[in-house]
Design a binder for this molecule. Sequence first.
Ligand code: C2E
Ligand code: MG
Ligand code: MG
Ligand code: MG
Length: 285
Amino acid sequence: RAKSQGKARYEVFDRRMHAAAVRRLQIETDLRRAVANGELRLAYQPVVRLDTGRIVGFEALVRWEHPEHGTILPGDFIPVAEETGQIVQIGRWVMDEACRVLAGWQLSAPRGDAPLTMAVNVSANQFLQTDIVDQVDQCLRKHGLPPGSVMLEITESLLIDKAEVVAETLRALRALGVQLHLDDFGTGYSSLAYLERFPIDVVKIDRSFVHGMQDEPRRARFVAGIAAFARSLGVGVVAEGVDSPAQPALLRDLGCQYAQGYLFARPLPAEDAERLLGADCIAGT
Ligand code: C2E
Ligand code: MG
Ligand code: MG
Ligand code: MG
């Protein structure tokens, strides 16, 4: 009896594995025409300066409008795209589209001395598989952007392997004037060491440290520690996942200059994001 039960369980597991494999293959196949068919789009989440409440820029977040399955979030297709190499084509599209939109906004909502910024996520495989320096350089020229207005968000996973090559590429990007942001900061294995070894301009404190920090003194101390450490190195700090009205003042007091999260706005379609630029100060600060 035990044996047959074990077998039944194995079959259930096997069927589930099969379903997952089929789904993955489907994503892989469909993804191949997603860029060509114009099924990808970008959502834009504002980044807010905590002392003024003003929007300083946006983070571009990719979405896939699948003709049958509706909107698919990046967590469900970026990992597949990374494995298959499709991330190179997708990443190229994301970079070009984000720069095109930013150039339009810089004209429609001029900011004087500090031009509006756009942060673009670059995954490790995309970074390592392309000539990212040339790609970014050409994109900036094509859209006539001041280099300092584009940020690349990388994660610690990129810094683990091939440290020498990566450091060299990061220095070349920085020489172009592009800012480098370390995303999901604090979730990796040796976050602090990376700040010493790589030319990082800004760390984005992962939302797991921000969520609930107003009720968790230990979590708040952690944010304070990162902010103090970053500041001592001349590195900027963005808090991710700000979702409570109690957080902006707290974060400001702890030394974070910038924040992003559902409290201010969810990632928005371009038209809605552009409308926010008209306001002097975003609700929530
Ligand atoms: P990320 O770069 O850390 O982006 C932040 C994620 O947190 C976004 O999820 C955003 O919608 C979500 N978020 C923002 N504020 C809040 C909040 O207050 N509460 C909560 N619970 N969540 C919040 P999204 O858009 O699903 O993106 C997930 C991840 O996918 C991103 O994490 C990034 O690593 C990756 N990704 C997104 N777009 C791209 C892209 O164009 N290229 C690459 N390579 N990766 C991308
Ligand atoms: Mg990011
Ligand atoms: Mg992040
Ligand atoms: Mg994150």
